[in-house]
Ligand binder design. Structure first.
Ligand SMILES: Cc1ncc(COP(=O)(O)O)c(C=O)c1O
Length: 343
């Protein structure tokens, strides 16, 4: 890690504020990607003020993690699934889609170069592959950038939500959508800035940690995670369609939940159902950053409902533990989700 960050503890610093000192970079020009084949020192970019991404939002990214295993080796979680999702995002920005093998190499090389910075569990090395359109052309509002930079940086992290595993307060937003229908599945920066206003408003007006978007009474996801309901027998989440991000953690939890014996339901969820579940079941968020984050209070139609007794429920904690055991190598890896990297 760079000198400025070496002495800092990732578990107590804000999520994403420390950086490994190496990065990987590939350039695209006229549809052709080139990569020097090795990591280089983390450094600033120099970009023309007319660069496409600054004006027309030609940006998307991924978020995945490498975890220090119990034997001290480092493994990336569900690498190929994140590679495919980045390819999907780049395609939906109407930019030339790189080969999966190139993105994979950029990520593995970046993690290998930064692997020493991977903290022990519950910390991890958060990996941020990023794609930006770099053509210096403010006339290109209605055309894709003909050049791009694809790069990978790494950040040693602890918990995403300050305060560790604590019950969150969720505000259910039924009027303002998180993003547009055609961009629900795209991991683009534009989606996050669109969700910011409603999230800040819900923090200010309702003391909420996160907003659960439920436009037209259709519960989907929060600004940065998917959403589950669970009780002693059932595990429920919204069925996949193009309106929201297909979380890799969501998919992992469904498979782990089925293996634990839960009956899996993927179907529409109305806000009223959250109130019913709050009485008898549990609510939680899922994501690479959030892992499994329990919800203690849900605000539906502006009235706050306590979930169970307001503390993290046993089923949520059971699923969280089963997942973190796979992440850390404490449990077997029946689905080959871990990719070991050289240290
Ligand atoms: C909007 C949104 N939904 C869901 C997720 C969860 O996705 P994943 O589990 O792949 O991290 C994320 C985080 O990446 C997100 O930003």
């Amino acid at each position: 890690m760079s000198e400025a960050t070496t002495n800092k503890d990732p578990l107590s610093e804000p999520f994403g504020s420390l950086f490994g000192d190496s990065m990987t970079i590939a350039q695209m020009a006229d549809g052709i990607y080139t990569y020097p084949g090795h990591a280089q020192p983390l450094a600033n970019f120099s970009l023309h003020p007319a660069t496409h991404v600054f004006h027309y939002g030609s940006a998307c990214f991924e978020g995945l993690k490498a975890h220090r295993q119990q034997d001290q080796s480092v493994a990336i979680f569900r690498l190929d699934d994140h590679v495919e999702r980045l390819r999907q995002s780049i395609g939906r920005l109407r930019m030339p889609v790189p080969e999966a093998s190139l993105i994979r190499q950029l990520i593995v090389d970046a993690v290998e170069a930064n692997s020493e910075a991977t903290p022990d569990a519950p910390g991890s090395l958060y990996i941020r592959p990023t794609f930006i359109g770099t053509a210096p052309n403010i006339g290109a509002a209605a055309s894709p950038s003909d050049s791009a930079t694809l790069y990978v940086i790494c950040s040693p992290v602890g918990d995403y939500f300050a305060g560790g595993v604590r019950p969150l307060t969720l505000y259910v937003e039924t009027k303002v959508p998180r993003t547009t229908p055609q961009f629900g599945m795209v991991k683009s920066g534009a989606n996050y800035v669109m969700a910011l206003g409603p999230t800040l408003d819900a923090k200010r007006d309702h003391g909420a940690d996160q907003v659960l978007f439920a436009t037209a009474d259709d519960v989907t996801e929060t600004g940065a995670s998917n959403f589950f309901l669970v009780d002693d027998t059932r595990l429920l989440t919204r069925q996949l369609d193009e309106s929201f991000l297909h979380g890799v953690t969501r998919d992992s939890i469904i498979r782990i939940g089925a293996d634990l014996g839960y009956q899996i339901e993927e179907r529409p969820i109305a806000p009223g159902e959250l109130v019913e579940w709050a009485a008898t079941g549990e609510l939680f968020l899922s994501g690479t950053a959030a892992v499994v984050a329990p919800v203690g209070t849900v605000i539906v139609s502006d009235s706050a409902v306590t979930v169970g007794d307001g503390t993290p429920g046993p089923n949520t904690l059971k699923i969280r533990e089963a997942l973190t055991n796979v992440l850390s190598g404490a449990a077997p890896d029946p689905y080959s989700w871990r990719t070991p990297v050289a240290g």
